[in-house]
Design a protein around this ligand. Structure first.
Ligand code: UD1
Length: 420
């Protein structure tokens, strides 16, 4: 059953909100659980649709788990894993299921994962993952739609990524934990989620040097053991609430957040005039009447995250003046623009640059969510548009935001979930 959000704009947000654990950390960590038979205990796991999809995939592989959805503790028993196929039905729901390739290859010397297609925000190939697996000694073929990876034995090698790839780095780190000798990954992604995965793998017994840097050295070990780990806070969810407070002229405290992971984003939000105060695990946001327009361009961490580009655009719709937003990571990540225009936004697209003319009043309308972060931007626009905004197809949003409307409601927003 399709659902929509109905939002009455114009309510100032106030109070405090707690962000969930990072979806993009939880997914590789869940995949990593199959590297050991001794089990993994994870805390702060977000109860979002993508996590449920990964759990479904793990169940197919024979994993047993106990997920306390209220407090986010997930106990995983991976003692009976078998390298069965990860079918189309899983991969079509979530591309990040490709994260199972690395651990399956490492543990069973073979992986059968349905080949992902393009997606709403771009072509998103996995050629860099595959090239790296081959360098470790795997063969790759496509059979009846499945990507088939096989090896007799994985051996450490030197891998230099042409382009920074987050899940590519994660996949290759997981593939190489048992590879004979030393694997060097150059131009590794340094996103906090990659670091979180490496830290957990080290707790499980992997030997990884350079964690959190662009050069990772992995020394193959024989096996991994039991570990317990707390998932880092979701920086994208935290950033989304920053914008929610700013566009409604509100004043909120975001708890269980890590402001250091949001440096580039927060400094742009401050440049726009929003008042920000941070502590080790919180962000306080106070909206101001007159916002300034600011230019941004997305880039790999520690640059401005592409996953907050759509939300930042909504902030710029409130700022007086013209702002230039350049998307450098995904070639088709402006689908929110057409939808925002339905609310009265003045945005011009020129290739991978959006020219946003802010300061115009928006009015509520029916809009359609097209991908996860685009949906969040439509909700944010609805929070300050005059009248009622109905955001359709919110299943995209449910993939990555836990209790989004409940959290917004608790902050004073007028938002409800309805049948479409
Ligand atoms: C991850 C995040 C996603 C985020 C993105 C960029 C997860 C589950 N998802 O996605 O939320 O938006 O990082 O921060 O963590 N590329 C290739 N060949 C490859 C792999 C990637 O050309 O083999 C290209 C992609 O098309 C894209 C760029 O590299 O243009 C970066 O993509 P990548 O970092 O791999 O994104 P994901 O890991 O899929």
């Amino acid at each position: 059953m399709l659902e929509k959000f109905v939002i009455e704009g114009g309510k100032k947000l106030k109070g405090s909100v707690r962000v969930s654990g990072a979806k993009n950390s939880a997914l590789p960590l869940l995949a990593a659980s199959i590297l050991s038979d001794d089990g993994l205990i994870l805390h702060n796991v977000p109860d979002v649709a993508d996590v449920r999809t990964m759990l479904k995939a793990l169940e197919l592989l024979g994993v047993k788990f106990d997920f306390d959805r209220e407090n986010g503790t997930l106990e995983i028993d991976s003692s009976n894993v078998k390298p069965v196929e990860i079918p189309y039905d899983i991969i079509r729901r979530m591309r990040a299921s490709v994260l199972l390739m690395g651990p399956l290859l490492a543990r069973f010397k073979k992986a059968y994962v349905y080949t992902p297609g393009g997606c709403a925000i771009g072509a998103r190939p996995i050629d860099l993952h595959i090239e790296a697996f081959k360098k470790l000694g795997a063969t790759y073929t496509v059979k009846e739609g499945y990507s088939v990876l096989k090896t007799r034995k994985l051996k450490g090698n030197y891998i230099c990524f042409d382009k920074v790839t987050v899940t590519g780095t994660e996949n290759v780190v997981m593939a190489s934990v048992f590879a004979q000798g030393e694997t060097i990954i150059e131009n590794a992604a340094i996103e906090p989620e990659v670091e979180d995965l490496c830290r957990c793998l080290v707790k499980m017994g992997a030997k990884i040097e350079g964690v959190g840097t662009k050069t990772l050295r992995i020394f193959g070990v024989k096996s991994l053991g039991k570990a317990e780990h707390t998932v880092i806070p979701d920086r994208i969810e935290a950033g989304t609430f920053v914008i929610a407070a700013a566009v409604t002229n509100g004043k909120i405290k975001i708890e269980n957040a890590n402001p250091y992971h949001l440096d580039a984003f927060l400094s742009k939000v401050e440049d726009a005039g929003v008042e920000i105060e941070t502590g080790d695990d919180f962000i306080k946001v106070k909206g101001v009447k007159n916002l300034k327009s600011v230019d941004i361009e997305t880039s790999p961490y520690p640059g401005f995250p592409t996953d907050l580009q759509a939300q930042f655009m909504v902030l710029m719709l409130k700022a007086e003046g013209v702002s230039r937003i350049k998307e450098n990571i995904f070639e088709n990540r402006f689908q929110h623009v057409q939808e925002l225009k339905r609310l009265g936004a003045d945005i011009l697209l020129d290739g991978n640059i959006a020219i946003v003319k802010g300061g115009k009043a928006l009015t509520g309308a029916d809009v359609m969510a097209t991908d996860l972060r685009a949906s969040a931007s439509l909700v944010l626009a609805g929070l300050f548009a005059k009248g009622e905004t109905r955001v359709h197809r919110i299943y995209h949003l449910d993939r990555g935001y836990q209790n989004f409307e409940k959290k917004l409601k608790a902050l004073g927003a007028k938002i409800k979930r309805d049948r479409d």
